[in-house]
Design a protein around this ligand. Structure first.
Ligand code: ADP
Ligand code: 5GP
Length: 186
């Protein structure tokens, strides 16, 4: 049986990474696509695990070679989903989760109409700010830029197949799992 492709989006700091990483740790038949990016690694990030950290030149070459399912620019850096990895993994029967922004997710659905779109929403703006600050990985200015995108991202939620409010973490993980298993109602 072929696996499912899911794109999981939502504002920076909403908990996408936490939800997706916990689920794939529990389920060997679900994997996360590793994107390519031109941004520098954050502390603790490893090449080939969080991202493939590549140069702008290499990124441009791979665009030319049509090697991305979708790609986009955020905060001055490029991010893209390698096509061959997604195709091979789905063929092997495993499901693939893409953790990408709204624009990238809509592009992925265009390229791959079976792609299921899942939006993770915060319980409140205050809670989102608290999580972003608590993560301690961006400056105040970077946090401000990320919050400025929030309204736009949430305004696209009608285009999504599912919306999960990440209030209680375990509930949110269970909701994502039931979507992968085809047991959730949209
Ligand atoms: P994203 O990948 O969407 O940018 P992260 O997964 O890095 O977000 O989460 C941002 C911060 O919020 C992290 O410090 C994480 O531990 C915390 N977090 C995630 N989900 C919850 C939750 N349901 N309740 C409280 N804190 C959470
Ligand atoms: P970060 O730098 O915080 O890891 O990611 C910044 C933004 O890039 C996030 O909104 C994230 O969802 C998005 N992103 C990560 N990988 C990809 C990708 O492969 N394609 C697209 N379009 N966006 C991505």
């Amino acid at each position: 049986m072929k696996g499912k492709l899911l794109a999981v989006s939502g504002p920076s700091g909403v908990g996408k990474g936490t939800i997706v990483k916990t689920l794939i740790k529990r389920r060997a038949d679900i994997v996360e696509s590793v994107s390519c990016t031109t941004r520098l690694p954050r502390e603790g990030e490893a090449h080939g695990r969080e991202y493939f950290f590549i140069t702008k030149e290499e990124f441009a070459r791979r665009i030319e070679e049509n090697d991305f399912l979708e790609y986009d620019e955020h905060f001055g850096n490029f991010y893209g989903t390698p096509k061959s990895f997604v195709r091979d993994t789905l063929e092997s029967g495993r499901s693939v989760i893409l953790e990408i922004d709204v624009v990238g997710a809509l592009l992925a659905k265009e390229a791959f109409p079976e792609c299921i779109l899942v939006m993770i929403a915060p319980p409140s703006l205050e809670e989102l700010k608290r999580r972003l600050k608590g993560r301690n990985s961006e400056t105040d200015e970077q946090i401000e830029t990320r919050l400025n995108r929030l309204a736009y991202e949430l305004s696209q939620k009608d285009k999504y197949d599912f919306v999960i409010v990440n209030d209680d973490l375990e509930t949110a993980i269970a909701e994502l799992e039931s979507i992968v298993d085809g047991k959730a109602k949209s």
